[in-house]
Design a protein around this ligand. Structure first.
Ligand SMILES: *Cc1c(COP(=O)(O)O)cnc(C)c1O
Length: 490
């Protein structure tokens, strides 16, 4: 399997090269040259998560050896997940929640960020790269922690995370500043997420700075969701979800299901689309937005317009105006690199672009803040099951879909974060008053939901804060050099 850039079909790389590079030189994203077919159900029906993971990965990452893939799968999907099955399904009256939040940081980003370090490490070794990798990430909360945890103590790799000072939840901040590991570095930056994000992008594009680092034995890399090393592992859980529904006899063989995904950067739903293209029986993909409804507007009007204010919502991991992975989807629809280049130039220069036709039937809609709270409460009262605000956004859109389409297909809803991580919104939604003490609130959620408090959150109360750096946007380069102990004048 080869990969090429969405903006230049002549830029062809292997999966290892694509994973090392992250993004292609002309700014395009790497896509697989074709979609391998889904193995037969008979071959999958008795597989556990790891076995499925190996089967899916081996179809895409063909330049990895069997041994490399098996050890990656083994290293990633182990006891650091709270659930022995890695992913759980909670079935309710009208939907099946695919719980993707049982990993070490309690968000679905763990599904890929636990395995990416192994894939990256094997690729670096194979390509004889004698430099240390520096994973540089700006985060609005979840990605940073998942990257720190995933890459912690991985030899030959350092991870540096910048987060907006005052711009992440108290729990998210604690998760990051208490991070252990000799190769993990965290700094707050005075500014919002956009400042952190644009600061990181500028550093990636700064040739002089990259050269300076390279002379000192470092190369920059990204753990962002544009890396195919994050995208491909996300296909696994949709296959697992389908097989589990079959095993539970919730569906019959070949029966088509809907998949609802709370969407930000379009990575998670794109993985579901890949599963569909591989032959997984999928009826509709349902794209759920919060108040930042750029995608919902796009699928309903054909106009992608990022020229609007970014709104802060209770589902912060979806507060995003440029969904990078949409580029891949449009490429797969059109198979036309020139068209993609044209649209992405429009987006950069005019802030918007127009797309004429959708061959792929995606239903898209959004859930506002009030509706999000309503659905958290409704599901809790009816099912005694607490969902997080991101999952509630997905559920709200699914309710609109049912109303509009009267479709009785069985439906999987991607449940992307643990409700414990967003305890304030969850408690107010179900009619409780949050206190000033996060840990009292967490224990309350634990009582109300009959779910044990995840130990990763409980222990935050007593862990020492190890990362205290705060910097301005113009100091990021110096902070990186300081973290890496590089002397500029060497
Ligand atoms: C990242 C994230 C999303 C959005 O996923 P994308 O792949 O960016 O569309 C949704 N929910 C949670 C909790 C997330 O962390």
């Amino acid at each position: 399997m080869k990969y090429y850039s969405t903006r230049d079909k002549n830029n062809i790389v292997s999966s290892k090269e694509a994973i090392i590079k992250g993004i292609s030189e002309e700014g395009g994203l790497f896509v697989p040259e074709s979609f391998p077919s889904f193995p037969s159900i008979e071959e999958l029906i008795n597989c556990n998560y790891k076995e499925l993971a190996y089967k899916v990965l081996s179809l895409y990452l063909t330049d990895y050896t069997e041994e490399e893939l098996l050890s990656a799968v083994d290293g990633a999907y182990d006891e650091k997940f709270r659930s022995e099955n890695i992913v759980e399904i909670k079935s309710t009256e009208n939907a099946h929640f695919l719980e993707l939040f049982h990993g070490p940081t309690l968000a679905f980003k763990d599904m890929a960020l636990t395995i990416l370090p192994y894939l990256l490490k094997a690729a670096i070794k194979d390509k004889n790269i004698d430099k240390e990798i520096v994973i540089l990430t700006a985060t609005s909360g979840d990605t940073g922690k998942a990257a720190l945890e995933g890459f912690k103590d991985v030899e030959g790799i350092n991870v540096i995370v910048f987060y907006p000072h005052g711009g992440v939840s108290h729990i998210q901040r604690l998760q990051m500043v208490t991070q252990r590991g000799s190769n993990t570095f965290v700094s707050a930056i005075r500014g919002n997420f956009d400042d952190a994000q644009s600061g990181v992008k500028e550093i990636f594009a700064d040739e002089d700075f990259n050269e300076l680092l390279e002379k000192q034995g470092y190369i920059l890399s990204s753990a962002n969701s544009i890396n195919i090393g994050r995208l491909i592992p996300q296909i696994i859980y949709y296959v697992y979800g389908y097989i589990e529904l079959l095993r539970k006899q919730a569906i019959s063989k070949g029966e088509k299901i809907n998949i609802v995904v709370p969407t930000g950067n379009f990575g998670n739903i794109l993985a579901a689309y890949y599963a569909k293209r591989m032959g997984l029986p999928v009826n509709r993909l349902i794209c759920a937005s919060n108040n930042n409804k750029v995608l919902s507007d796009f699928f309903n009007t054909g106009i992608y317009n990022k020229e609007r204010d970014l709104l802060l919502t209770s589902s912060p991991s979806m507060d995003i105006l440029v969904s990078s992975n949409l580029e891949r989807f449009l490429y797969h629809l059109s198979d036309d690199e020139n068209l993609i280049r044209e649209k992405m130039t429009d987006l950069k220069e005019k802030g918007k672009y127009h797309w004429d036709s959708f061959r792929e039937d995606i239903y898209a809609n959004y859930t506002n803040e009030e509706e999000t709270a309503y659905w958290i409460k409704e599901v809790y009262e009816r099912e005694n099951y607490i969902i997080d605000p991101h999952t509630a956004v997905a559920y709200g859109v699914y309710m609109k879909y049912l109303e509009a389409e009267k479709d009785s297909s069985k439906t999987l809803i991607a449940s992307t974060a643990s409700p414990f991580k967003f305890h304030k919104k969850v408690l107010t939604s179900i009619g409780q008053t949050p206190t000033k003490d996060d840990f009292i609130d967490l224990k309350k959620i634990s009582r109300l939901s009959n779910e044990g408090l995840p130990k990763q959150l409980g222990e935050l109360e007593t862990l020492p804060e190890l990362h205290k750096t705060v910097c301005g946007k113009d100091e990021m380069r110096n902070i990186i050099l300081r973290f890496l102990k590089v002397n500029k004048d060497d």
